[in-house]
Write a protein that binds this ligand. Structure first.
Ligand code: GSH
Length: 255
């Protein structure tokens, strides 16, 4: 069951659904797609990393982990994108979604587990022309970012070389995950069972990122033989929610 964290003073007085999110963040994409599928009204609080908005005292107090997405719902704060999907499903059961899939839990766990590899490859292969830090402003960032493992990630990415072995290990982990998803789709029509649901939403954003990674380095993840994955992704990505929650937020060069 999703964890619901403590209330924060400011958020206490905010009614309804509020999402703190970032445009290109795959974890934010996941939650926006869910909100679209549920046809919910929500208020957007875009966090612009380029302007260090994740470092403000207010945001750090809302989520000490310093990351998006964060959902605030009538004073409750929910973090972790996959937990947020489950929270929304629990609070807003209509329209109904697939729930009977045998592999939903393992797919959500796998989606969490591959996040670090998705992030490493995204930064190294897709965003490498937009390195956010220069030496002069890194120390200021490090001081203000409460999440020290995040600081170490950005320190490494900004100043050290990501090795070929790290890239190939991350690619290997994502390839294996894609094969697992394809295997589930041999047995079940959707990742969530007989109908589309949270596991499908969690994975469609990974699918989008996997294909984007392959486009930067052909066949990095060897997705070509995975026809179940490919057909499922085609279905998922033709939904209105995918356009509204993901494509509409991407800069044109990444669409
Ligand atoms: N496990 C978390 C990961 C959250 C996460 O890493 N968010 C990224 C964007 S996808 C972030 O906010 N990064 C901020 C940073 O790297 O400074 C989730 O699923 O929500």
């Amino acid at each position: 069951m999703p964890r619901v964290l403590k209330n924060i003073e400011d958020i206490d007085s905010m009614s309804g659904l509020h999402l703190y999110h970032a445009t290109v963040s795959n974890c934010s994409q996941r939650v926006r797609i869910m909100l679209e599928e549920k046809e919910l009204n929500w208020e957007s609080h875009l966090i612009d990393f380029a302007k260090s908005e994740q470092l403000t005292e207010k945001f750090q107090s809302i989520n000490p982990a310093g990351v998006v997405p964060v959902l605030a719902h009538n004073g409750a704060i929910i973090t972790e994108s996959n937990d947020i999907l489950e929270y929304i499903e629990q609070e807003f059961p209509s329209p109904q979604m697939g729930k009977d899939g045998q592999y939903i839990r393992s797919l959500l766990d796998l989606s969490n587990a591959v996040q670090a590899d998705v992030k490493l490859l995204t930064f190294e292969l897709i965003l490498n022309k937009m390195r956010p830090f220069e030496a002069k402003n890194f120390e200021d960032y490090a001081k203000r970012q409460g999440n020290k493992s995040l600081v170490e990630f950005h320190r490494k990415f900004a100043f050290d070389q990501v090795s070929e072995a790290e890239i190939s290990n991350a690619a290997d982990s994502l390839s294996k995950a894609a094969i697992y998803v394809d295997t589930v789709l041999q047995k079940e029509e959707w990742l969530s069972g007989k109908a589309m649901g949270v596991a499908d939403i969690s994975w469609v954003v990974n699918g989008h990122r996997f294909y984007a990674l392959n486009a930067t380095m052909p066949n990095l993840l060897g997705m070509e033989p995975l026809t179940n994955f490919k057909n499922w992704f085609k279905n998922m990505s033709s939904r209105k929610s995918f356009k509204r929650g993901l494509l509409d937020y991407l800069p044109h060069m990444m669409r």
